[in-house]
Design a protein around this ligand. Sequence first.
Ligand SMILES: [Cu+2]
Length: 111
Amino acid sequence: MKTVKIIIVALMAIALGSNSYAQTSTSKTETIKVSGNCEMCKARIEKAAKLDGVSKAEWSTKTKMLAVTFDPAKTNMEQVGKKVAAAGHDTEKVKATDAVYDKLPGCCKYR
Ligand SMILES: [Cu+2]
């Protein structure tokens, strides 16, 4: 009976251990600077950043920083940046094209 208890405890430890390992290895959070002004920009930026593999995207109207939590096996910050730029917002590496930028509402013109 004692042996059974030890085995159960050992199995639980393995299960818990591998679970926390899986969490740290499958998602990471990175932050990039994204140009924008208002709450409308925030909604647009966060929507654009939600690619497949992105679990969380949050942009601050104050700091202009976009924090993205994603699965590195599925996507990366380069892809997120490209998508955000395609929606009309400049990022550190990728800039929005004039054609997309011109279509932004007046309050969102950050240049
Ligand atoms: Cu805006």
